[in-house]
Design a protein around this ligand. Structure first.
Ligand code: LMR
Length: 329
């Protein structure tokens, strides 16, 4: 018997089976579509650092930036299947899952600034929206900012009439579709990873995005003009596979929640700077002319996009829009 036990441990050692199985770290694959040098890219790295520290190495976070694992739509499917555990898609990308409510964040000019945004994401509406994810097997953990969107094209975009007939790449949001239709443009849903090439080859004429996304994807190198419209917002919902999250030991889940809270504070404190720095770099590159609108031109853009609210009421619901606007006051 003793000989057998010794032989078994020797065999286990040789086969590398020795040691408690619990020593294997829990792996969190965190996939996203933007560059590392962006608000989301940096915050996901911060989460990795804190998660590994607070769990004493029991959790290992593998961050996959720049759509290296999956593109927009695929990454949501991968999360539901459990092929990745964590993502941070923008509010505009939940429609294909059958959840349209996050598209309320896409309404043009609904948020005057990030301070106002915080009132919504940290209020009861923000919490209720996260709950909508649960029946889809997803747990919402946090809201991360990126910033405000600008319009770009190879044509000067100053008045609403300038948008007429141009093809614009959009994220998969019906509100964004309505926005470009209101301007007389032709919106085209496309994965983020394909935008640069589509702009370069003329598959689309223009796009809307934040300064940090425009700069890190080099869109300014293939767009002659960028108009500083700040007309819409891009922010993220950090999500995990619900079964994975609920199945974690409680102490680990608490440590990860603490790491997420701090990574969120980190993100929301630096997102504005990331976008300001990206704008400065674009200006320095001289590759794209930055157009500023006069108050009258800005007003004309707001007016042209007003019909989007009516259109959105039938998609996300008027009560939700009202509640959002009330919380944003
Ligand atoms: C986009 O698709 O334009 C953005 O949502 C990308 C991102 O994650 O910021």
């Amino acid at each position: 018997m003793r000989t057998f036990a010794i032989a078994a441990s020797v065999a286990a050692l040789v086969l590398g089976l020795a040691g408690p199985a619990s020593a294997d770290p829990i792996i969190i694959k965190f996939s996203h579509v933007v560059a590392t040098d962006t608000p989301k890219g940096k915050a996901s790295e911060k989460f990795k650092e804190l998660a590994e520290k607070y769990t004493g190495g029991k959790v290992k976070v593998e961050v996959y930036p720049n759509s290296t694992l999956y593109k927009d739509k695929e990454e949501l499917e991968a999360l539901q299947l459990g092929s990745v555990q964590m993502l941070a898609p923008s509010n505009s990308k939940f429609g294909p899952l059958g959840i349209r409510e996050f598209e309320v964040f896409d309404l043009p000019y609904i948020l005057p600034d990030l301070k106002t945004l915080r009132k919504v994401t940290e209020g009861p509406l923000g919490a209720r929206l996260l709950k909508l994810l649960e029946p889809k097997g997803i747990t919402g953990l946090a809201y991360w900012d990126n910033g405000f969107k600008q319009m770009s094209a190879n044509k000067k975009l100053v008045t609403p009439a300038d948008y007429q007939g141009l093809k614009f790449r959009i994220q998969s949001s019906r509100v964004l579709q309505a926005q470009f239709k209101a301007l007389g443009s032709l919106p085209q849903v496309m994965a983020f990873s394909e935008v640069y090439q589509a702009l370069q080859t003329g598959v689309v004429d223009g796009q809307e995005n934040t300064w940090s996304n425009i700069y890190t994807q080099k869109m300014h190198e293939v767009q002659k003009y960028i108009t500083e419209t700040n007309h819409g917002y891009i922010g993220y919902v950090v999500i995990v596979n619900k079964k994975f999250w609920d199945g974690l030991p409680a102490d680990i889940r608490d440590q990860l929640s603490k790491a997420m809270k701090e990574a969120t504070d980190f993100n929301n404190a630096q997102s504005q700077k990331e976008n300001d720095d990206a704008l400065a770099e674009i200006k320095k590159s001289g590759k794209s002319e930055i157009i500023k609108l006069t108050p009258e031109q800005d007003e004309a853009m707001r007016k042209a996009m007003e019909p989007v609210y009516k259109d959105a009421a039938s998609r996300v619901g008027q009560p939700l829009i009202d509640e959002f606007q009330k919380e944003a006051k």
